[in-house]
Design a protein around this ligand. Structure first.
Ligand code: SF4
Length: 539
């Protein structure tokens, strides 16, 4: 076989395995989840390679730095908002003397298909002064993953690999190259390499700034950022990155001329190439998926006589995903005979289907019981978190009222309670609790706030497709007790329609308690249960 049909995420996973990766760590988050899942499917048990889910993105990233210190190659995966959680070690690791290659694959979600914002991870690479690869197809996702490991070890820095939903979740043929062996385990020897005391950090940061100059020089090489000269009388030149390149290519033939095109695959930006491109052009159109990252930087590189077009001047929409038609409009081409959306338009009109919890989902019974329990209070607050249960904000339950980020249900509840609100209930899932709820619970217990924390324990990370949680339910209960919740206020209910009265009474009792109480609503996600039964039936 000379090729595999792979998702962009699977191409990254295969690229990492063929690059001799020893470990992969991640936290599930759409659109990045399939990277670890694919590795878990294909890794040979005897190989010694491990791909594991972690409590959160920060712990995943820190484990990677630990493995790198032992000379191993490590892949870390997360979605864009997960990088906010891992930002602390990511920023600090920039000035460490990385040994085994560290590649951080982050999947951004322009258009917010399943995310709370659209943030663009290229800004984090720029912020940390670290290199970033941005593939525009599955083959590049495979090859750039390998190149990123080589670069990481060559320059001794972590390397970010930026993906977007449409690439992560679409398939194409990937032709692999010969595999490389894993690095042997060797403990680092440089005394200052993995420590960030101010004295060592100052020295390392000065070195890092010098290294950044070398990375900028590397970005000018033709292989990483190709510049294709066009017609000398073309009315504009084009800079593309990621999928923006594909959308441009789909329309390029209709232009009637060949603009000069710089395709940015690798950051820091190749400033010299950008100046070369601009020398023969009065206008540059910048086509990039995500924020106007390149476009903004261009304004500091180019003379004011060169007009820069893109998302900032309205040539392209400032938010959402790009597509070939949007790019076509920016290129000032006439409308195509069949538009991208036509496929949808030609379908028979479907009734609107607002997102909702699955029929039979345990959360439905929990929200019903909670709403009944809260009926007796004229005013109340229910803070929510990230997971399937965020849908409890919508009809028919309209139970939760807030949703900030992972773990914020508990911390927001604490703040609201200390601001004088009563009663306050925080709703959080088991996986999210282990991700970012623990520290909030410690805060709440330490200040004895009167809040009730409802842990919706369905034994899985349901929203991303049912990955294993790092602890089973019993383990989470021990953690809750260990953080100081009184045993008589760490209680369990089973969310079932037959137990509605019992559950709402239990919730009311805990809401009445003027301290921190934790209620586990324990019933398995029906989707996970179904998959398990199908697997067992096949076995
Ligand atoms: S996937 Fe599981 S937890 Fe999520 S809505 Fe469906 S049944 Fe509920």
């Amino acid at each position: 076989m000379d090729g595999y049909v792979l998702l962009g995420n699977e191409a990254v996973a295969l690229g990492a395995l063929h690059a001799g990766v020893s470990l992969a760590y991640g936290y599930p988050g759409t659109p990045s989840t399939e990277i670890i899942e694919y590795m878990q499917q294909v890794i040979e048990p005897k190989s010694g390679v491990r791909a594991q889910w972690c409590s959160n993105e920060k712990t995943a990233y820190e484990a990677a730095v630990g493995a790198s210190a032992m000379n191993r190659r490590v892949l870390v995966t997360m979605k864009h908002v997960g990088l906010n959680v891992a930002a602390d070690p990511f920023m600090n690791s920039a000035i460490m003397n990385i040994k085994g290659g560290v590649v951080l694959a982050v999947a951004d979600d322009p258009g917010m298909h399943s995310s709370q914002n659209e943030q663009d991870s290229r800004f984090y690479a720029d912020f940390a002064k670290l290199p970033c690869f941005e593939p525009h197809n599955q083959q590049e996702a495979y090859e750039m993953t390998r190149a990123a490991f080589d670069l990481s070890e060559r320059f001794h820095v972590p390397v970010l690999l930026r993906l977007v939903t449409r690439l992560s979740h679409s398939r194409a043929i990937v032709r692999p190259n010969p595999s490389r062996d894993a690095n042997p385990m060797v403990k680092f020897t440089g005394k200052d390499d993995f420590i960030t005391l101010p004295a060592t950090s100052r020295k390392r940061y000065a070195e890092h700034l010098e290294l950044y100059k070398r990375l900028r020089a590397y970005a000018e090489s033709e292989t990483v950022n190709p510049l294709k000269p066009g017609d000398t009388d073309a009315p504009f030149s084009v800079i593309t990155s990621g999928l923006g390149h594909n959308y441009f290519e789909e329309n390029a033939e209709d232009l009637g001329f060949s603009p000069s095109v710089l395709h940015v695959n690798f950051y820091p930006l190749p400033e010299e190439k950008i100046r070369t491109l601009a020398a023969g052009s009065k206008r540059i159109l910048c086509i990039e998926e995500g924020y106007p990252f390149i476009e903004r930087l261009l304004r500091g590189i180019l003379p004011v006589s060169v007009t820069v077009s893109g998302k900032l001047d309205g040539s392209l929409p400032p938010s959402g995903e790009l597509n070939p038609d949007i790019v076509r409009t920016a290129l000032k081409l006439p409308e195509p005979s069949s538009k991208v959306e036509d496929g949808h338009r030609n379908l028979a009109p479907l009734p609107g289907r607002p997102p909702q919890l699955c029929k039979g989902c345990p959360h439905r019974d929990t929200f019903k019981a909670l709403n009944t329990a809260l009926e007796t209070y004229e005013n109340h607050l229910v803070t929510g978190d990230i997971g399937c249960y965020t849908l409890g904000y919508l009809p028919p339950f309209e139970a939760i009222e807030t949703g900030l980020c992972m773990g914020a249900s508990i911390t927001m509840a604490r703040g609201a309670a200390q601001a004088g609100m009563y009663p306050v209930v925080a709703v959080i899932g088991d996986s999210t609790f282990m991700h970012s709820g623990l520290t909030g619970l410690a805060d709440a217990v330490s200040s004895s706030v009167p809040i009730t924390i409802l842990i919706l324990d369905n034994s899985t990370t349901a929203m991303t497709g049912g990955q294993d949680t790092i602890f089973e339910s019993k383990g989470i209960r021990k953690v809750v007790l260990g953080l100081g919740v009184e045993p008589e206020h760490c209680v369990e209910m089973v969310p079932l329609p037959t137990k509605h009265e019992e559950n709402s009474d239990l919730l009311r009792r805990e809401i009445e308690y003027k301290g921190v109480s934790v209620v586990f609503a324990f019933r398995e996600c029906i989707q996970t249960a179904k998959r398990k039964h199908t697997k067992e039936a096949k076995a």
